[in-house]
Ligand binder design. Structure first.
Ligand code: GLA
Length: 691
């Protein structure tokens, strides 16, 4: 029997064809180069063969009593599909990539689906997706068209780690043990959502930190669903997922096709931290366009200092001080455009406000450039205030669900990015804005869910969440292609739209509007379990914590923001000279460590609520074997504090930056005293090779 083995950097994904040709089977996914082919159960009871097989993708009707990823409604009373015969298979090994495609036909040739599995020897992520074609002469509906299924050999049951939350509390880690049953997470927001992040880590009920673990993610920024199905007493757990099957029904007219978003999977023999490390490698080297500082600069952002009260003189003063602090880009947030004095008006009218900027943005840009910084602005192209010239001119450009009254959230409607003319308008608006090449940074925001999406009368109207995401990708892709010098920070009311698709078209992301330092530390702890520090925008602000009201030092705020892409959002004019001098020193320290922070291997020590918590960034050979550890302490911290770095080479000698003593990596791993030289509640330890 033929087996196709797709190699990743450190594992193999092996697939064969089921004897009954019902689909491809996952034979094994591990460090073994050639896993044994799947052996069928000797006896079936109360199930068909297809129900028990580890099928890579199954239609309802192929599997008779178990969950399936594809539901097809042929419109003639027939729901479900089963392959007409064996698939047409293509296997391409074009170093470093490998790709397996299998094309099935069903419904006597009326339908085709092609599953694609792709690996790359440079990282550990398996990418999978499906294309579904209506090859018949009548309309087909797809109430569900997930991207892939992953049969994970962790059962019976599983432990599932995932991230959830709400606005200003994103990326809270959750874990459940599921002995049997289903766990479903997803979004009906039309965007990725603050509620759940589209990624799960699955391990054995007793596994978790040390045993084999699997990460499954969706690269999708519309509504979505991930479904973990732990069938009782089965040694495998099935994870399926893709476009949300509650809010979207995909309609395929004859000749039309649907390509699903990608689902990504990763295997780690070394537990959940191993999954994190492999995701980070993939996100840095396969999704991001670069890993250097050019697209992750130190930003000053005016939002927390001025909110909508933006004005040339004041912004110029802020820019002058921001430059002294060492920031590299000055970004004017919301409030710079026509009629935008509150969140109730102006959204949609993207030219500089004539009262605030009588001569346009030019004078401010010149001032910013004069201080040696780049310039950037905030935009929210997908939304519109009812009180705007754009809405008055185009009231039909917003989503409408039949005759239901339009609903505002944050006083705004969503523009229908499923319409070509709206996407064309957004592209042109951005081209006009960026016609001044000195604007080289955009913060792209989206401040509401897309409730009541739809387009009555359009046969594809129920696909609004898909169309919206695709329209968003088109405009973001245009930015990248036509304005490659522009750095894009993706934001959606904080972390409302962060996923692998967004990481592939943006440079950095804004994980949360919550910047109180201890709250932020908790958000970053969760964020870093799935996404890398090189995209994690983090600003020092004056905001108080909400959850933990314990005071935190000025330095603590900086060391929190140093764990990602440091920025400043404070009212710098309110800082005294000592604070400004200290800030400049801390920015200087960050510049020394940022390559290690952005590219190093992340190890989180403890939890943010512990007396002492640390995040280690192991630089490895690319960073000259430098390792950096950011340490955070509560006021209740013990007298002596030790940390145990795990990314140093055991028998190599190191010294702490600025310190006289040398020690081996093995000695450091046994415990290094933290001097707390930065402040009493935070420290930055830099381990450098000695000699
Ligand atoms: C959202 C963003 C903030 C800020 C405001 C401006 O809430 O997340 O960072 O840009 O919008 O209105």
């Amino acid at each position: 029997m033929t087996q196709w083995v797709l190699p990743t950097a450190t594992s193999s994904y092996a697939v064969s064809l089921a004897r009954d040709a019902s689909g491809l089977l996952l034979d094994g996914w591990s460090g073994d180069a050639a896993p044994r082919p799947w052996t069928e159960p000797e006896r079936l009871s109360f199930e068909t063969l297809a129900d028990t097989l580890p099928l890579e993708y199954a239609a309802m009707g192929t599997r008779q009593v178990s969950g399936a990823e594809l539901i097809v409604d042929f419109g003639d009373g027939q729901v479900g599909a089963r392959p007409d015969g064996p698939p047409e298979i293509t296997f391409l090994d074009e170093e470093p990539r490998c790709r397996l495609t299998a094309r099935f036909t069903a419904g006597a040739g009326r339908l085709g689906w092609t599953t694609v599995t792709e690996t790359d020897r440079r990282h550990d992520v398996v990418r999978r997706w499906v294309r579904i074609d209506n090859t018949g002469s009548s309309t087909i509906e797809l109430p569900r068209a997930f991207s892939a299924a992953w049969e994970l050999p962790v059962g019976p049951g599983a432990r599932i780690d995932y991230l959830g939350g709400r606005w200003s509390h994103e990326f809270t880690p959750y874990a459940v043990t599921l002995p049997a049953g289903e766990l479903s997470i997803g979004s009906r927001h039309g965007t990725t959502s603050h509620t759940y992040s589209p990624v799960v880590t699955v391990s054995a009920v007793t596994g978790g930190a040390s045993g084999p673990a699997y990460g499954i993610a969706l690269a999708w920024s519309g509504s979505w669903r991930l479904l973990v199905d732990a069938v009782p007493l089965r040694d495998r757990v099935r994870v399926g997922g893709g476009v949300d099957d509650e809010s979207a029904v995909i309609t395929l007219l004859p000749g039309e096709s649907f390509t699903s978003p990608e689902s990504h999977g990763v295997f780690a023999p070394d537990g959940t931290d191993g999954v994190t490390r492999r995701w980070h490698d993939f996100q840095r080297h396969a999704l991001a366009r670069s890993t250097g500082p050019e697209h992750r600069p130190i930003v000053y952002n005016s939002w927390y200092a001025t909110e909508f009260d933006v004005e040339l003189g004041h912004q110029s003063e802020l820019a002058a001080v921001a430059a002294l602090m060492g920031t590299e880009v000055f970004v004017v947030d919301d409030g710079w455009f026509r009629g935008r004095n509150t969140d109730q008006a102006g959204l949609g009218d993207w030219t500089p406000d004539p009262v605030k900027f009588p001569d346009g943005l030019g004078p401010l840009i010149s001032a910013v450039e004069g201080h040696g910084m780049r310039f950037g602005v905030w935009v929210e192209p997908e939304a519109v205030n009812p009180d705007s010239d754009l809405f008055r001119a185009h009231p039909d450009w917003v989503y409408r669900a039949a005759d239901r009254e339009l609903v505002t959230v944050r006083n705004q409607y969503v523009l229908d990015f499923g319409r070509v003319e709206v996407v064309a308008w957004a592209k042109q608006m951005l081209r006009d804005l960026l016609a001044d090449p000195r604007i080289s940074y955009l913060k792209w925001d989206m401040n509401r869910p897309i409730s009541d999406g739809g387009r009555p009368g359009d046969v594809h109207g129920r696909e609004w969440s898909l169309q919206h995401a695709r329209g968003y990708y088109q405009v973001m892709t245009m930015l990248r292609e036509e304005f490659p010098h522009v750095t894009v920070e993706a934001c959606a009311g904080g972390g409302g739209r962060i996923d692998h698709a967004v990481l592939a078209i943006s440079d950095v992301v804004w994980p949360s509007d919550e910047t109180g330092p201890r709250d932020r530390l908790a958000i970053q702890h969760g964020f870093l379990s799935a996404y890398p520090p090189s995209v994690m925008s983090s600003w020092v602000t004056d905001a108080p914590d909400l959850v933990d009201v314990e005071p935190a030092s000025f330095e603590f705020r900086f060391v929190v923001a140093m764990a990602g892409v440091l920025g400043i959002g404070s009212d710098l004019l309110a800082w005294d000279h000592a604070q400004r001098r200290r800030a400049a020193e801390l920015v200087g320290l960050y510049e020394e460590i940022r390559a290690v922070v952005h590219n190093g291997r992340v190890v989180r020590h403890g939890l943010p609520a512990d007396d002492v918590y640390a995040v280690e960034f192991g630089g490895g050979v690319e960073q000259g074997h430098r390792t950096c550890v950011l340490v955070y302490a509560r006021s209740t911290r013990p007298e002596t504090v030790q940390i145990r770095p795990t990314t140093l080479v055991e028998d190599r000698r190191y010294r702490l930056r600025g310190g006289p003593d040398t020690f081996t990596g093995g000695e450091a791993a046994a415990g290094i005293d933290v001097p707390f030289s930065v402040s009493a509640d935070a420290d930055v330890l830099v381990f450098e090779p000695a000699g």
